[in-house]
Write a protein that binds this ligand. Structure first.
Ligand SMILES: *Cc1c(COP(=O)(O)O)cnc(C)c1O
Length: 435
């Protein structure tokens, strides 16, 4: 556990009696989270010009500020304007600039919510918002509309409709608990909640989305590990955006989780001025792998309000993937996704590798620019699929497997469905046919 000079200074600025045991106590960190500009100045050693402070105040009146002392200790005060930790945690007056395409709820999470606190977007899994708050308010939060709104921890009774919904929908095999940050809940509460979710027979796995390993790694305590271990399989996805965030303390927290057999993944948001650079992302991915964390998603920044200064062109993400695929460990390459505005879910975006195609050959290019030919089989007997698996030569023991209906492109590709096109709901040509 690190308690360096800078951290000692910050700790004593907050509390003259602060020692390492207070510093590494997550509740002490939360209690002393910085929520106003004057305290931020006092603790970080950064001084802002008076007129700038006025516009900062206007910003936090709309989008509140909250940073843990630990995360502040990662900022380099001498070069703070370009500091990735500073930029992610400290407001910018640019947040007040709304652009035409900005939306309060771009992913339509509220619309796809059948009961409070739950988003059911995909066929077999749900997002369960079990906590309203976070230990640090990321400036790039996609749920910015909600940040700081309602900081009480939802009582179990508030989550009952969500639990009931999950138990009444046997197709839900994967419950992703998120928030806010679920690890803001106490160990006992989390224990009860996980107990309730995992006791639903059809739930095969639980995922937790949390930024604690990044912004407050001391939250990963032995007691927390004891709780999580009881509900395997548990997957934890965290949110590192920059290699600078991978500190000794973060590494210790991740090691505790990995040692408990928890599968770790990371979701990064591509952010202008923070990590919009192939070398930064590659270094981050290497550090993640070295700590047993698999890079999972690289997100294009959402169209939430007040994030326009963080957005990059999509080409930046493709360029980053171009720099990763083939150039480094395949396990270290995240899937680059755009979360569809309006609620269509995550759409993967890739560089193009398929250059051309004939009836028996495909032409591909690799990461080095080598162009190659893959000869397809001269004869291939496709198995006609009518989804009657009992009559098929391919062996799929269907016991325990759930049959789902065909949807989307999968439906167009299938043999047992006559649909030949997908048509948008408002199509003038089709409307004329109906007349
Ligand atoms: C991201 C997300 C999920 C999980 O998606 P995976 O691709 O399975 O990780 C589920 N529900 C919602 C609403 C999401 O945004």
């Amino acid at each position: 556990m690190i308690f360096n000079k800078k951290q000692q200074t910050i700790a004593r600025n907050i509390d003259t009696d602060a020692d390492i045991s207070k510093w590494k106590n997550w509740k002490w960190q939360l209690k002393h989270s910085v929520t106003d500009i004057d305290t931020f100045e006092k603790i970080s050693g950064i001084k802002f010009p008076a007129d700038y402070k006025k516009s900062l105040q206007e910003t936090i009146d709309k989008f509140p500020l909250s940073v843990t002392p630990y995360y502040i200790s990662l900022i380099d005060p001498k070069n703070y304007e370009y500091d990735p930790v500073f930029i992610q945690s400290f407001p910018s007056p640019s947040e007040l600039i709304m652009s035409k395409y900005d939306m309060a709820d771009p992913l339509a999470e509220d619309k796809d919510s059948p009961v409070p606190h739950l988003t059911h977007r995909y066929p077999d899994r749900v997002l369960f918002h079990v906590s309203n708050t976070c230990s640090m308010y990321c400036r790039h939060c996609t749920r910015k509309r909600k940040v700081g709104d309602d900081n009480h921890a939802a009582g179990m009774d508030e989550l009952e409709p969500g639990l009931k919904y999950i138990s009444e929908h046997p197709e839900i095999r994967d419950v992703l608990i998120s928030g806010g940050d679920p690890l803001m809940l106490s160990d006992d509460y989390l224990d009860k909640l996980l107990e309730r979710i995992s006791s639903i027979e059809h739930v095969e796995m639980i995922r937790i989305g949390t930024r604690m390993p990044v912004v407050l790694p001391y939250r990963i305590t032995n007691k927390l590990i004891e709780v999580l271990k009881k509900y395997q399989p548990i997957y934890v996805n965290t949110h590192f955006n920059h290699p600078r965030e991978m500190t000794k303390s973060a590494e210790e927290g991740l090691a505790m989780l990995a040692d408990a057999g928890i599968v770790l993944g990371n979701q990064t948001v591509l952010l202008a001025g923070v990590n919009d650079c192939p070398r930064i992302i590659k270094t981050l991915c290497h550090k993640l792998l070295a700590n047993r964390v698999r890079p999972y998603y690289l997100y294009q920044c959402d169209l939430s309000e007040g994030l326009s200064h963080f957005r990059t062109p999509v080409g930046k993400g493709i360029e980053i993937l171009e720099n990763l695929i083939g150039h480094t460990t395949g396990l270290g390459v995240p899937t680059y996704v755009i979360d569809a505005p309006g609620g269509g879910g995550k759409i993967p975006v890739m560089p193009n590798y398929l250059i051309s195609w004939s009836t028996n050959k495909v032409i591909l290019r690799n990461y080095e620019g080598v162009i190659t030919t893959y000869k397809e089989p001269d004869s291939y007997e496709a198995t006609f699929c009518n989804r009657k698996c009992d009559e098929c030569d391919l062996q799929l023991n269907l016991e325990g497997a759930i049959e789902t209906s065909n949807i989307g492109i999968q439906m167009l590709l299938s043999d047992d469905d006559d649909t030949i096109s997908l048509t948008p709901a408002d199509n003038d040509r089709f409307d004329r046919r109906d007349e």
